[in-house]
Design a protein around this ligand. Structure first.
Ligand code: FES
Length: 87
């Protein structure tokens, strides 16, 4: 098991024109304006793409740590301890 923290509550939006190799596409192509959304919240069931699961993070309080289970049920984690931290 691994716990990874995310502060982002929405996707990374990247236009095709910003991806390496895009210069090979015809500069007049509408494809260059096409935008892809990559998951930034860590909750998508379709990674690396955003599937809208981030919506459940929109009411999070910035001073609180939350955990979500595989069914996206929220758990409020009151405290995390670092390996060398005294309890
Ligand atoms: S940013 Fe993660 S599901 Fe949208």
């Amino acid at each position: 098991m691994r716990i990874i923290t995310h502060e982002r509550t929405g996707p990374y939006r990247i236009k095709i024109r910003d991806i390496e190799g895009a210069e090979k596409v015809d500069s007049n192509s509408k494809l260059l304006e096409f935008e892809v959304e990559f998951c930034g919240c860590g909750l998508s069931n379709n990674k690396p793409f955003c599937d809208g699961s981030h919506e459940i993070t929109e009411d999070e309080d910035l001073s609180t740590v939350y955990a979500y289970d595989e069914n996206h049920q929220r758990i409020v984690a009151s405290k995390f301890y670092r390996p060398n931290e005294k309890l």
